[in-house]
Design a binder for this molecule. Structure first.
Ligand SMILES: NC(=O)C1=CN([C@@H]2O[C@H](COP(=O)(O)OP(=O)(O)OC[C@H]3O[C@@H](n4cnc5c(N)ncnc54)[C@H](O)[C@@H]3O)[C@@H](O)[C@H]2O)C=CC1
Ligand SMILES: O=C(CO)COP(=O)(O)O
Length: 384
């Protein structure tokens, strides 16, 4: 059993002066650069637009993405990728998932061969269905042990205001995860580690889809019962899916699953939740996309996730109804996916939280559920 453990206390000292780069100066990239700089690392943030790099470098502000936030004086910014990457031992990437491949092509020539590459993104590639760590491994052709991903309940603006939270750093190499976690932490941001990259990454992708569903029912005007039902059943869908692809169910019960699902589903700061709310209010998808100024990963992930689910025989009734609302084939007010049991065999989907007979996936979920319910223990990484 792979468990999450807190990054070692002494590790904080390892951050001091460590040269790292953050690529992508949107809301999360800029916030993460602040997290790292406040933890003592020597951070250079890469912004595509020279004027944005200048604003961050000179005024210590990113007024478009993080209005009202003062960035640390020790945070540097540049629009030159070669300068951002020169000497960087850890490289954190925070660009829209659909642009990762093209960004990696321009990153590759400047990347230090031994550098750890850390994905901060929460999407899958639309054309291939691949997770971000898979795209990174494929394009950069680096050892998977050099790759880490970070996920958790991490709404950028709250963290930029130094409201405390936690996240999971995951790598197939525990050593890499710990090295990254020791740098990506400070007084308001705590990093736990695990080696379940699949579960950690899919948790971040899947909660976006459930957050869109919650936004839709919010927009329609339904209340807390509907939302609580969708969150609960949504977690079952997330777990079924991720476990089918090799994740540990505990990961989905932890910060990268349930934790992020709660944060994203209930916050107006969430772009996925906001997009859903607009759809629920009757706006057409094209209008919603035009209105969203920032990356809304869930809208691009619905298609590939449903394809991946079909390939494994995983039912995702909530995500399927989100797809139908996006396609305009389902009236948002008819979204009640957790209630649709008519066409399913008796005793399967109607049993809350219980495994479907004959399915290894559902049996695995059942074990996790039993552990949570009867063992009195949460996800290992959530314990101090
Ligand atoms: N904002 C948040 O609260 C959090 C976001 N994330 C994830 O971080 C990733 C980035 O999201 P945000 O920073 O929020 O997005 P954003 O929309 O605020 O910023 C995206 C940044 O990527 C840059 N970029 C680089 N290449 C690009 C290209 N080819 N096309 C478009 N933009 C390009 C943009 O200029 C922009 O600075 C997403 O996968 C998101 O799910 C994860 C945790 C929290
Ligand atoms: O991932 C996030 C919070 O953990 C941010 O969610 P949104 O992309 O929906 O804003």
């Amino acid at each position: 059993m792979k468990t999450r453990v807190p990054a070692k206390k002494a590790a904080g000292r390892k951050a001091a002066g460590k040269r790292v780069a953050v690529l992508g100066a949107g809301s999360w990239g800029t916030t993460f650069a602040k997290i790292l700089a406040d933890g003592g690392a020597d951070v250079v943030l890469w912004a595509r637009r020279p004027e944005l790099a200048r604003e961050i470098q000179e005024a210590k502000r990113n007024s478009d993405y993080l209005p009202g936030v003062n960035l640390p004086l020790n945070l540097r910014a540049t629009s030159r990728l070669d300068l951002a990457l020169a000497g960087a031992e850890q490289v954190y990437i925070s660009v829209p998932s659909q642009s990762l491949r093209e960004n990696l092509a321009i990153i590759a020539p400047h990347l230090h061969a031994q550098a750890s590459v850390v994905s901060l993104m929460k999407g899958v590639e639309k054309s291939t269905g691949k997770r971000m760590s898979e795209v990174i491994a494929e394009v950069l052709r680096i050892d998977p042990a050099q790759i880490a991903v970070i996920s958790g309940p991490n709404l950028a603006l709250e963290i930029a205001k130094e409201q405390p939270t936690a996240a999971v750093v995951s790598s197939t190499s525990l050593e890499t995860a710990q090295a990254v976690a020791s740098v990506a932490r400070n007084r308001y941001f705590r990093s736990f580690v695990n080696t379940d990259v699949i579960g950690t990454e899919f948790g971040g992708v899947l909660k976006n889809l459930i957050a869109v569903a919650i936004g839709i029912v919010d927009g329609v005007g339904y209340g807390e019962n509907t939302k609580a039902s969708i969150i609960t059943r949504g977690l079952v869908e997330m777990t079924d899916f991720a476990v089918a692809y090799g994740a540990h169910p505990e990961t989905l019960a932890g910060l990268a699953g349930l934790g992020d699902l709660i944060a994203t589903s209930q916050s107006p700061l969430s772009r996925n939740n906001t997009a859903g709310r607009l759809l629920g209010q009757g706006y057409h998808l094209n209008d919603v996309v035009n209105q969203m100024q920032q990356t809304t990963e869930g809208l691009a992930s619905v298609g590939p996730i449903l394809e991946l689910a079909r390939a494994m025989g995983v039912d995702m009734p909530i995500v399927e109804q989100v797809r139908q609302v996006l396609a305009g084939t389902l009236d948002p007010k008819d979204i009640a996916p957790h209630l649709t049991t008519d066409d399913e065999p008796q005793g399967e989907r109607t049993i809350d939280g219980q495994a479907q007979s004959g399915s290894a996936v559902r049996r695995a979920f059942q074990r996790a559920f039993d552990q949570l319910r009867y063992g009195g223990r949460g996800a290992p990484g959530d314990r101090p």
